[in-house]
Design a protein around this ligand. Structure first.
Ligand SMILES: C[S@@+](CC[C@H](N)C(=O)[O-])C[C@H]1O[C@@H](n2cnc3c(N)ncnc32)[C@H](O)[C@@H]1O
Length: 226
């Protein structure tokens, strides 16, 4: 479950419109979202569930992949971001895209062919357990993809980690700022835990690093057995 749930929901509700702009318009973010859809690689007709979907910035890329026969379901527990997502779905006339309010660590959906989560692992107290549940949800042969931010390990860009640390602190919901340990350390360790679990559960794992090494994308197919 997410720490500081109420403050997280208040934070994302208050800044939903601003977050939507950042999530869709930051330079390079479109390429990143396309890369996540590529890593997930759903088939036409699939049911794709996005955990912690926010304002729905990934929806166009997922829709493109599953086609008119497929379905995209976004799950988020924050009313404000879901309102923005619903508004977009209505304006675009996307009949095969739906959102549901719920906890991504206990997904309120019965079945899925593919599950993705972007910039969510760092908000979960136990991201490995969440990824484990998502793998259970899609079952063997189902697909998983994650994208998360963490400090870069690329030598030329390491000086930028100081700026990254400041941005992470400034953009963390208040509840997460008071957690013991630096928010950036926590973000790094949660990314590692989530991506390691994806590797444990999946085969044909594809990995990509983008945005000067700050963004890690991984996707794979859940293997038979554990
Ligand atoms: C940084 S935003 C990312 C939104 C979206 N995935 C994107 O790529 O733009 C994190 C989102 O995860 C949601 N979230 C965090 N923990 C959650 C949980 N346990 N269940 C459902 N939503 C959660 C927050 O409400 C927020 O909308």
């Amino acid at each position: 479950m997410t720490e500081g749930i109420t403050t997280t929901q208040e934070f994302y509700t208050r800044y939903a419109a601003l977050y939507d702009d950042i999530a869709r318009r930051t330079p390079g973010v479109r390429g990143l979202r396309r890369a996540v859809a590529d890593a997930l690689d759903p088939d036409p007709g699939d049911v794709v569930v996005e955990m912690g979907c926010g304002t729905g910035a990934n929806f166009p890329y997922l829709r493109e992949r599953v086609g008119p026969e497929g379905t995209v379901v976004g799950v988020d527990f924050t009313p404000g971001v879901l309102a923005v997502a619903r508004d977009r779905i209505r304006k675009e006339g996307w009949e095969n895209v739906h959102v549901v309010r719920g906890d991504a660590t206990r997904p309120p959906v019965g079945e899925a062919d593919a599950v993705l989560a972007t910039f969510v692992s760092g908000m979960l107290a136990d991201p490995a357990a969440a990824v484990w549940r998502w793998a259970e949800l899609v079952g063997p042969g189902g697909k998983l993809a994650l994208a998360d931010l963490a400090r870069t390990t690329r030598t030329p860009y390491k000086p930028l980690n100081t700026i990254f640390r400041g941005l992470v602190r400034a953009s963390s919901p208040p509840g997460t700022r008071s957690m013991s340990g630096s928010p950036t350390d926590i973000l790094d360790s949660r990314l590692v835990a989530a991506h390691r679990e994806l590797t444990n559960r999946c085969e044909d794992v594809r990995r990509e690093t983008r945005a000067l090494g700050f963004a890690r994308v991984a996707g794979g197919r859940v293997r038979l057995g554990r």
